[in-house]
Design a protein around this ligand. Structure first.
Ligand SMILES: CC(C)(COP(=O)(O)OP(=O)(O)OC[C@H]1O[C@@H](n2cnc3c(N)ncnc32)[C@H](O)[C@@H]1OP(=O)(O)O)[C@@H](O)C(=O)NCCC(=O)NCCS
Length: 245
């Protein structure tokens, strides 16, 4: 019964996504996407992402770091982009195996970018979900949508489509560390379409519980929150949500 209901949810999602997504397609991130993908991430994060805003990071300061991230993700055959019919990359999401994440040498980063790793480490995957080996749990490190194409379900398409792809590779769950209210909103919208819980919140830290953030950013942190969200369990563990052609 649970499986049947889950399939109905899949069909509904498929219809919903197709309806809105005819001008776009979700594809695996390839080497020819990397430059454009890194530029898009740098531009969108510096304009809008709460952590980059709090740290006052510029595109110039973060673009090389993002290039390394997309390169690592795509070299492992992971990560997705959304291409517009024009061929332009309008959405990017990096994916890493939880047990095989990109090593980062903070001493080689610009001083404003360097604390990001420690800040993100303040929320951790619950111990109970810690996998023993590669191939079980994936981490969505960074994701962004071109500001000209926002609120057209592109993020939702990347979250659901990449989950389906990862399940087909044998993964059971995914997670992300989220600083953006728009991502939380997007997740709520997906959750409402499903008959069973799909997302779950792990640790949540407010700005004043993150010492690296407090020391590097005086003021303007009142509403900052960092939440670990994981997904794909219960009725959905290891089960695809087929939504993307
Ligand atoms: C976050 C981001 C990827 C969302 O992309 P998107 O394609 O517009 O996402 P979706 O269309 O799936 O949905 C976004 C939802 O958030 C809402 N939203 C946008 N800004 C918001 C805000 N500041 N607070 C709350 N909700 C917000 C939108 O209205 C939309 O909801 P709706 O469909 O009910 O109207 C995009 O805003 C972005 O690239 N931001 C900069 C980079 C970033 O912050 N990345 C995430 C880091 S955790």
């Amino acid at each position: 019964m649970r499986k049947i209901t889950a399939s109905i949810a899949s069909i509904l999602l498929k219809t919903y996504m197709r309806l809105y997504k005819s001008d776009f397609r979700l594809v695996q991130m390839r080497s020819y996407h990397l430059k454009e993908a890194a530029q898009l991430l740098a531009r969108q994060f510096c304009a809008d992402e709460p952590l980059c805003q709090a740290l006052g990071i510029t595109e110039e300061e973060i673009k090389d770091f993002f290039f390394e991230q997309v390169k690592f993700s795509s070299a492992k055959g992971l990560g997705v982009v959304v291409e517009h019919n024009s061929g332009r990359v309008v959405g990017v999401m990096t994916i890493e195996d939880h047990k095989d994440q990109m090593p980062v040498d903070a001493t080689k980063l610009s001083p404003k970018v360097a604390p990001i790793g420690q800040i993100l480490d303040r929320v951790k995957l619950p111990t109970a979900l810690e996998p023993e080996t590669c191939g079980e749990v994936y981490y969505v490190g960074i994701g962004a949508v071109d500001s000209a194409y926002r609120s057209q379900n592109i993020l939702r398409t990347m979250i659901i489509g990449s989950y389906t792809q990862m399940v087909s590779k044998g993964y059971k769950m995914g997670y992300a560390k989220i600083s953006s209210p728009a991502v939380l909103r997007s997740i709520q919208r997906i959750e409402k379409m499903l008959p069973f819980p799909f997302f779950k919140q792990g640790e949540l830290k407010q700005a004043d519980e993150i010492p690296e953030l407090v020391s590097s950013t005086p003021g303007q942190l009142k509403n900052f929150k960092l939440a670990l969200i994981h997904w794909g369990y219960g009725a959905y563990q290891g089960q695809p949500l087929e939504v993307i052609a």
